[in-house]
Design a binder for this molecule. Structure first.
Ligand SMILES: Cc1cc2nc3c(=O)[nH]c(=O)nc-3n(C[C@H](O)[C@H](O)[C@H](O)COP(=O)(O)OP(=O)(O)OC[C@H]3O[C@@H](n4cnc5c(N)ncnc54)[C@H](O)[C@@H]3O)c2cc1C
Ligand code: FES
Length: 345
């Protein structure tokens, strides 16, 4: 049975086929709703059902609370209509013209940059380039139909190779292969670009905080390299601060790079924060939880935009504490949450 959905405030109308979620139908029809994990864990796709009924699907109750449901919210990546609907959410115009495609590629280089972080460089066929927005991700398509999401760490202008920063999860269907048997010249297939974690337009007066934990640095690297590249051309200089959180020094696997950016760009500041520094690190920098370091430095975030990426626990704590204790407007927080990928094909 097919249902019709009206998206407010745009007034766009989509048809949902049987078995489709609201998000799947919207993306199939070319409308970009915000999303991240597509498995009910990150909350980026949360919106309001103004009229009609939905099956909420399977989701993480930390992401959609009972109170959320009471006020009409749903996760559009999980919910399917049971009637025609009117929904409310902010569509993103920036991705609508970018084709999502399935692309074969070859492993060009593997670089172990920390004991559990591998940088994978992928070469696309000579006739193909991937158009993407800095901050987006791809889904690696495994042979058994599983997909694994990885953010693109290079900027769009620097696209000779696609760069992924993969953290090793012992027993992980994909990452264990990366750390044990993957070789240069291996063939892979991926689908992308995906996701809505990219820089939103704002005036020069709106400073940005980038917040990364672990390999959450990857899409932020892409966004920052994109900004630095265009700054040269446009002369604009938005103030930007990167807080990169990790356990020990070795986990700041490209620490030299943001240090280099800080020397080169007077509108950029880098603050590494370690939660469990080793004695051998001889660390005299910041310690503790990375989002708390931001709150320590900036008690009022009402004039900022925040882009946060990495572990669910860090992103959720940052969203909660920044919006409840530091006056950050809810619509000024953008995130990609590195949840375990869904196994759905
Ligand atoms: C939008 C998006 C972008 C992402 N980008 C990146 C990226 O750039 N770099 C990166 O390293 N990861 C990224 N991730 C996370 C990555 O997709 C998952 O960690 C993925 O499940 C790893 O696949 P795997 O086959 O190795 O492990 P799986 O087979 O999926 O899992 C193996 C075991 O490890 C656990 N596990 C796997 N991933 C996680 C996790 N993230 N947190 C806690 N436990 C986990 C599982 O629960 C399971 O027990 C991203 C996730 C999303 C949703
Ligand atoms: S919860 Fe829907 S995209 Fe993450």
């Amino acid at each position: 049975m097919s249902y019709q959905i009206v998206i407010q405030p745009s007034g766009h109308v989509i048809q949902v086929e049987s078995g489709e979620t609201i998000l799947e139908a919207a993306l199939r029809e070319g409308f970009s709703l915000p999303y991240g994990c597509r498995n009910g864990s990150c909350g980026v796709c949360k919106g309001r059902i103004i009229q009609g009924k939905v099956d909420y699907g399977l989701y993480n109750e930390d992401t959609l609370s009972k109170e959320d449901v009471e006020v009409g919210n749903a996760l559009f990546c999980c919910a399917s209509p049971l009637t025609d609907l009117v929904i409310e959410c902010h569509e993103i115009s920036a991705t609508k013209d970018i084709e999502i495609k399935t692309v074969p590629c070859r492993v060009e280089k593997l670089e172990l940059v920390a004991p559990d972080v591998m940088i994978i460089f992928l070469r696309l066929p000579a006739t193909q380039r991937l158009q993407f927005l800095a901050g987006q991700y791809i889904d690696i398509l495994l042979k058994d139909g599983k997909r694994r999401s990885f953010s693109i760490a290079n900027a769009p202008h620097d696209d000779e190779f696609l760069q992924l920063h993969a953290r090793n999860y012992p027993g992980g269907a994909f990452t264990e292969h990366v750390f044990t048997t993957m070789k240069v010249k291996d063939m892979l297939r991926f689908r992308g670009p995906l996701g809505s974690f990219f820089l939103r337009d704002a005036s020069e007066d709106v400073p940005i905080i980038f917040l990364a934990s672990g390999t959450g640095f990857a899409p932020i690297k892409s966004i920052l390299e994109h900004v630095f590249f265009h700054e040269k051309k446009r002369g604009s200089k938005r103030k930007m601060i990167l807080y990169w959180g990790a356990r020990a020094k070795v986990d700041l696997y490209l620490n030299d790079l943001p240090q280099h950016w800080q020397r080169e760009h007077d509108n950029f500041k880098y603050i590494p924060v370690l939660s469990e520094p080793l004695e051998s690190d001889h660390w005299n920098g910041r310690t503790g939880l990375v989002h708390q370091a931001v709150m320590h430095d900036l008690s009022d975030l009402s004039a900022y935009q925040v882009y946060a990426c990495g572990t669910p626990v860090m992103v959720k704590a940052a969203y909660h504490d920044f919006t409840t204790q530091c006056n950050l407007p809810k619509d000024a927080f953008f995130s990609d949450v590195f949840t375990p990928s869904t196994s759905k094909a």
